[in-house]
Design a protein around this ligand. Structure first.
Ligand code: ADP
Ligand code: MG
Length: 695
């Protein structure tokens, strides 16, 4: 009987009893579970002798022999001790000196590791007072037993992320026997790639799955990963291409730009940048056509997306329709509303605001407290979506800061609004590969140029103890007429997180700056209170705004030129970049200080990139490197299948290949009836759930 994915592990020839017992306890019962439990990295254990220990930031793998072990205890508290094992490379200390492995508060280590043992260790080597050290390394003790030695060493060895109750060796042994027992064609291909030619000649899904566990060469391992990554991208591309086609087939209306847009541009207090003009032209071209527009406007914080959006909205108005702009927060909706009144009312348009709590008059009539079909421009939060009357005559919907909205909300608007044109705007600097994957159903315009005449932003990372000096500097800036944001990560003092809360910060700063008005903004304030604070900050009545991250997206007060971020170590790079985007919006030089806990060297190193650059793309790439794209993707689009071959995301070419394959597949088989596609069909045709919409 040949083995398949549903076979029981107990039917796998040669599977050791103890491995079976241990996996059964954890409910790991079938071949499928083991095959799909993918290694997260590999160690090349083919030739490990001769390696010498070198201090490095990059973790490395060594085959070593234990020469000495010992426990050390400090202080009175029980359990506060240190276990050390001194090791030398196989072949003797002369080959590469001695290394000391250290484990804190793990007294049981003294029973696991003994003199004379050979083992493999993985970790970072560092140098301290002339000693080479490795703290809490991953380790594996090598066994005398021949078969075990053949599985765990002398080869490219998979390393798995473990769940409770299963050891590295148990899982690897299980995978080894499963992979040996599986036939060459144990699973059918999903990809239509011709096997006779190209990069994947001779490859199949089965071969890739086997090689991703146990590969004979690094080239094979790489090829296997790429094959499986292509397969994953193919699934995503089928999904976005299908969505894109569905939108195009839904039939739209032409909304050509006319004299209004020209008057608008002429009346602006500045010249649009080349990138803004180009993006606007792309949008206007889409809007003028019969097919519905489905476009992403992508531009770093402060690149000036709003003005492009307003200009685009005029096209809809000119065709006798309404245009709506949806913002993720009330503060932002209010801000856009103010801008719209300033820029659009002089053109004779009427503008109305609608947010979660109330409808507000926008200079013109509201019917029964609601906005009416007579408003040319509707501005609001997603509350707009729930007013059926409001969205009947929409020609264009602009969605600001798209990552806070789901694909489903777009779909909802399209249903209600008679297939309006849709423009989504985001400042999330997503690398190109991710754009193609996440937003592959959208056309993309990029504003890759900042308006000139902008002040520079100078950024510094400082220890929290330097805040007194910072107060002095802040006073000078305020005396010169500038305004400032002081950002805190939490609103209540929380012992567990030991963050200085915004409220407490507000008290402190109010005392430090007696001659200035210090405001407080946080998420627990009512909408009215928030509006009031923001209005006062915008008008200059408030000089200093102490705030949580509610100001993160979009807020635009050009006179604010200082930002202090407390406990910056708590924030991700991308979020800090977004926050910092609140300053540097006017002509003045701006200053951003990131306060980190004293002596937090790790945070200092991580945030250093923000001192170097204000280029969102570079920062996001750095973020991607540190956090892994799975994480970035997971957050950007929760509810979708995670990409497991995430490291492949950097490979735009592979995504393009996947795109072409997906287009071809859907040309030939729009309903995906081919049996090989059965597994992917639910993912491709899945509509978003209401829960996903509310995020
Ligand atoms: P974002 O792309 O982050 O949403 P905004 O649209 O809020 O940026 O624009 C930031 C600021 O720059 C606003 O005050 C806006 O009026 C101004 N602005 C936009 N385009 C230009 C330009 N071409 N020249 C000068 N200032 C501009
Ligand atoms: Mg914005």
């Amino acid at each position: 009987m040949s083995l398949n994915l549903d076979s029981l592990l107990s039917d796998v020839p040669g599977m050791p009893k103890r491995v079976l017992t241990s996996l059964t306890k954890e409910q790991v019962l079938t071949v499928r579970e083991v095959v799909q439990w993918l290694p997260f990295r590999h160690e090349d254990r083919r030739r490990m002798d001769g390696a010498s220990f070198q201090p490095s930031e990059i973790p490395a793998c060594f085959q070593v022999q234990v020469t000495k072990t010992g426990n050390k205890y400090f202080g009175g508290r029980r359990g506060s001790g240190l276990f050390e094992a001194q090791v030398e490379p196989i072949g003797g200390a002369a080959m590469g000196g001695l290394l000391t492995l250290r484990w804190w508060n793990m007294p049981f280590m003294s029973r696991a590791i003994a003199e004379g043992q050979e083992m493999i260790v993985y970790g970072k080597v560092k140098e301290q007072k002339g000693r080479l050290l490795m703290d809490h390394p991953e380790y594996e003790i090598l066994s005398e037993d021949d078969e075990a030695a053949a599985i765990h060493s002398g080869r490219i060895t998979p390393v798995y992320r473990l769940k409770a109750g299963v050891t590295q060796k148990t899982l690897r042994t299980a995978a080894w026997h499963v992979i040996q027992a599986l036939e060459e064609d144990f699973i059918t291909d999903i990809l239509p790639t011709p096997k006779e030619q190209g990069e994947f000649a001779g490859w199949s899904r089965a071969r890739a799955m086997k090689a991703v566990h146990f590969a004979l060469s690094l080239e094979d391992l790489e090829k296997a990963r790429r094959y499986l990554a292509l397969e994953e991208f193919y699934g995503y591309q089928l999904r976005v291409v299908r969505r894109r086609r569905a939108v195009l087939e839904s039939g739209g209306h032409p909304h050509a730009a006319g004299p209004l847009a020209r008057d608008f541009e002429a009346a602006l207090p500045f010249q649009m940048t080349g990138a803004q003009k180009r993006s606007l032209e792309e949008i206007q071209r889409d809007m003028a056509s019969n097919a519905p527009m489905n476009r992403l406007l992508h531009g770093d914080v402060g690149s000036g997306k709003t003005v492009v959006a307003f200009a685009a909205m005029l096209g809809a108005v000119e065709s006798g329709k309404q245009a709506a702009l949806m913002a993720p927060t009330q503060i932002l909706a209010e801000q856009h509303f103010n801008t719209a009144r300033k820029w659009l009312e002089p053109l004779g348009l009427n503008v109305a605001l609608r947010t979660g709590n109330r409808a507000e008059e926008g200079g013109v009539e509201l019917l029964n407290g609601k906005m009416s079909g007579k408003n040319d421009i509707l501005i609001g939060t997603h509350a707009l979506l729930y007013d059926a009357d409001l969205v009947k005559n929409l020609g264009l919907v602009v969605i600001d800061e798209q990552h806070k909205f789901g694909v489903a909300q777009r779909a909802r608007l399209i249903q209600k609004g008679n297939t309006p044109d849709v423009l989504v705007m985001t400042a999330t600097p997503i690398p190109r590969t991710l754009t193609l994957t996440l937003y592959g159903d959208l056309d993309v315009s990029t504003i890759d140029e900042r308006p000139k005449e902008r002040g520079k932003i100078i950024t510094k990372v400082r220890p929290a103890s330097k805040q007194a000096d910072a107060a002095k500097f802040l006073k000078e800036q305020l005396d010169a007429g500038r305004q400032a944001y002081l950002v805190y990560p939490l609103i209540e003092e929380s012992e567990k997180l030991d963050a200085t809360a915004a409220k407490k910060g507000h008290e402190e700063w109010a005392k430090l700056l007696p001659h200035f008005s210090v405001g407080l903004l946080h998420g627990k304030l009512s909408a009215e209170e928030k509006d009031l604070v923001m209005r006062d900050f915008r008008s200059g009545k408030i000089d200093v705004l102490v705030s949580t991250t509610v100001i993160e997206v979009g807020v635009d007060v050009p006179n604010a030129s200082v930002m202090y971020i407390h406990n910056a170590e708590r924030f991700g790079l991308a979020q800090l970049h977004q926050l910092r985007g609140r300053i540097g919006r006017g002509e003045h030089t701006s200053y951003c200080v990131l306060f980190v806990k004293d002596k937090d060297e790790e945070a200092k190193a991580r945030l250093a990139i923000l001192e170097e650059t204000t280029d969102g793309f570079r920062i996001s790439e750095e973020d991607l490197k540190r956090r892994g794209p799975g994480d970035v993707l997971g957050r950007a689009q929760s509810g979708q299948a995670p990409l497991r071959f995430a490291e492949m995301l950097a490979d735009t070419r592979l995504v393009r290949v996947a795109r072409q394959l997906a287009e071809k597949t859907l040309d030939e088989d729009p309903q995906m009836k081919a049996p090989r596609l059965a597994e992917l069909r639910p993912f491709v045709f899945q509509e978003d759930t209401p829960q996903a919409m509310m995020q």
